[in-house]
Design a protein. Structure first.
Length: 625
């Protein structure tokens, strides 16, 4: 099984990726690393560092054929959504639509969308249920609510099974300081650095905090259930900020708390009713608030100790910030050098021969060629300042005389003209080179992606070929199974069928019951020797029994809820599209339970049905139970 986690390098996405990996899924991650961190995910996985809006995502879907898609990739900061609504919409809607489209196109079995309690807005009702009216108050909340609508419509129009989770305030290891649960990570970071904690308001405002591993558990259970629609994912518990401070104080002393005026727009009480999801998934939070806070503090403490004294990251950030101003700093440095040379070199070799050297021209030309028109014009302006300063210093600072002298004005115009010409052509060449470099970089990235997709597809193909060659389900095995049932004697067929099922399903507890004409009872026809004495010879069928449902649906039943008095699996044997017998797999060893059991049983049952049909068609008398 393959699971794609978009935004998988983020706080929540990384925990969900780990959970799917533990459950045996192949994990794939799409993340543009705008907020995510590759260090968050230590498990084995396939990584694609591109945006979810990128058209190259289609190649990823085509190559891998995902079973599950969990969509976390989004802009998560409410403040940013208010300041940049168009950016928020592009990230949270266009990316979602692209993932929905590709999921429906390439046969994804279930799509999970990470929504938010922000979809409700400021609701007076506490706890808030899924039926409460949604009046989001920020572009972030609007786009999350709209995302739920898209998911519902993709279900209705394209048949894609979708589940939308409205998260309450999520907290836990790896959390940043943005998002709805950021108050805990902010408090923990300040607590460990002995800084004062700031509370806006009286501290009595409440939030519904859910530990991230509880959230990951619910998401995984949703994938393996029939649930669909919108669900609150929360603890259904109100925790005030004062209660939060008290719990934090248990694990690390809170030195000082500063209370400021409540911020405009802050919600006084927040709590989501989780009754719907608890019933649908048989789920409930495992971690108490104290346990979650303790695990979170321990993680932050370990993380801070590991990164203490490491200045490489800060150095990299500082270099990135300084990069735009480096040309200006170099320009100022060159200006000072030219000024010094101009003032100190009264006479040169060239001047003694009747020629003069103008350092300012070289200065303008160098910066025009190196950086383009902007730095060239700045150089021309500074060169003009040097010209004016040297002239005034030699002529008693008579500014009017400087303006009257025609050569000075012509020289300044020459500096500006040379700066414009040099900067323009140099900039044009630089722009063309940058354009070609960007095109080359994009082509190389696409080539790299396609090469990776090709390598992964080839590797998967080779693995599947090896499995087919070496597995017990090879062509030779299928041939052996067919020959085993190649008989017209019903007794031999039933005996061979039991042996075949034991071999295929790795069990010693198989039975076959024939259905009577009235479909009111089942009669034991054949069984494994290990259980033949413990089985009833006849089973009565009632209207409400599970056997009645299987006969009507003509489909395999798996006892996933481990109901008593029912076999592990039941498969119907068909004769001319009518159920004539039921195959019971009474039990299986734990190590032999795999996701492909149903397919294995279906193939074997089809072979048995074909053999029995052939035998019944050649009987002198019609088949009787």
């Amino acid at each position: 099984m393959k699971a794609l986690i978009t935004g998988g390098y983020g706080f929540i996405g990384s925990h969900v990726a780990e959970r799917f990996h533990k459950e045996g899924y192949e994990v794939f991650i799409i993340d543009n690393l705008s907020t995510g961190n590759k260090d968050n995910v230590k498990i084995r996985h396939q990584s694609y560092c591109i945006d979810v809006t990128d058209e190259k995502c289609e190649e990823i879907f085509r190559a891998n054929i995902f079973d599950i898609v969990v969509h976390f990739a989004a802009q998560i900061d409410v403040k940013t959504s208010v300041e940049k609504p168009a950016y928020d919409t592009k990230s949270n809607i266009l990316g979602l639509v692209n993932m929905l489209q590709l999921s429906s196109k390439f046969g994804v079995k279930k799509f999970i969308f990470a929504s938010s309690a922000a979809a409700y807005g400021d609701v007076n009702e506490v706890p808030i249920s899924e039926d409460s009216p949604c009046e989001p108050v920020s572009p972030y909340g609007i786009n999350k609510f709209l995302g739920e609508f898209y998911c519902r419509k993709w279900n209705e129009i394209y048949g894609l099974k979708t589940v939308c989770f409205r998260f309450s305030n999520v907290y836990g290891p790896r959390q940043g300081t943005k998002g709805e649960g950021g108050v805990i990570s902010i408090f923990v970071e300040k607590l460990l650095t002995k800084e004062k904690l700031t509370v806006f308001g009286d501290g009595l405002q409440t939030r519904d905090f859910i530990y991230v591993e509880d959230l990951a558990d619910a998401i995984f259970k949703a994938v393996n259930s029939d649930c669909a629609g919108v669900f609150n994912l929360s603890t259904n518990t109100e925790i005030s900020l004062k209660q939060l401070l008290a719990v934090l104080n248990k694990f690390s002393e809170v030195k000082e708390v500063v209370y400021l005026d409540q911020r405009k727009g802050d919600i006084e009480r927040s709590c989501l009713n989780n009754g719907k999801i608890k019933k649908a998934l048989n789920w409930s939070p495992k971690y108490s608030f104290d346990e979650g806070i303790e695990k979170t503090i321990n993680w932050f403490r370990d993380y801070n100790s590991q990164n203490k004294g490491s200045g490489s990251n800060k150095s990299g950030k500082m270099t990135k910030r300084l990069k735009p101003i480096i040309p200006y700093m170099e320009n100022i440095g060159a200006f000072l050098i030219v000024l010094f040379l101009t003032l100190s070199a009264k006479k040169t070799y060239f001047e003694s021969t009747g020629l003069s050297i103008d350092y300012k021209l070289f200065y303008i030309l160098i910066f025009g060629v190196a950086y383009g028109i902007r730095q060239a014009l700045i150089s021309a302006a500074l060169a003009s300042f040097i010209l004016m300063f040297t002239y005034l210093s030699n002529n008693n600072y008579d500014f009017l005389l400087f303006l009257i002298k025609q050569n000075n004005i012509l020289q300044i115009l020459a500096y500006i003209f040379i700066g414009i010409i040099t900067g323009y052509f140099a900039g044009k060449n630089v722009r063309e080179i940058n354009r070609k470099n960007m095109a080359l970089k994009a082509a190389n990235e696409k080539l790299e992606l396609l090469q990776r997709v090709y390598d992964e597809t080839l590797n998967t193909k080779n693995q599947m070929l090896n499995q087919i060659r070496n597995s017990e389900n090879s062509l030779g095995k299928i041939y052996h199974m067919t020959k085993k049932l190649d008989s017209l004697d019903l007794k031999e067929i039933f005996t061979s069928s039991v042996e075949l099922l034991e071999d295929a399903m790795k069990t010693e507890e198989v039975s076959i019951y024939l259905l009577d004409h009235e479909e009111s009872s089942l009669r034991l026809e054949a069984s494994s020797k290990a259980i033949e004495r413990t089985l009833p010879s006849r089973i009565e069928i009632t209207e409400s029994s599970k056997y009645k449902n299987i006969i009507e649906s003509k489909s395999i039943y798996t006892n996933k809820k481990l109901k008593k008095n029912l076999p592990w699996m039941i498969a119907p044997v068909l004769y001319r599209d009518k159920v004539m017998a039921l195959i019971f797999i009474h039990s299986m060893k734990f190590e032999n339970i795999f996701t492909y059991n149903e397919n294995q049983l279906q193939i074997t049952t089809d072979l048995i049905s074909m053999s029995l049909t052939h035998a019944w068609d050649n009987m002198d008398e019609p088949r009787t139970a």
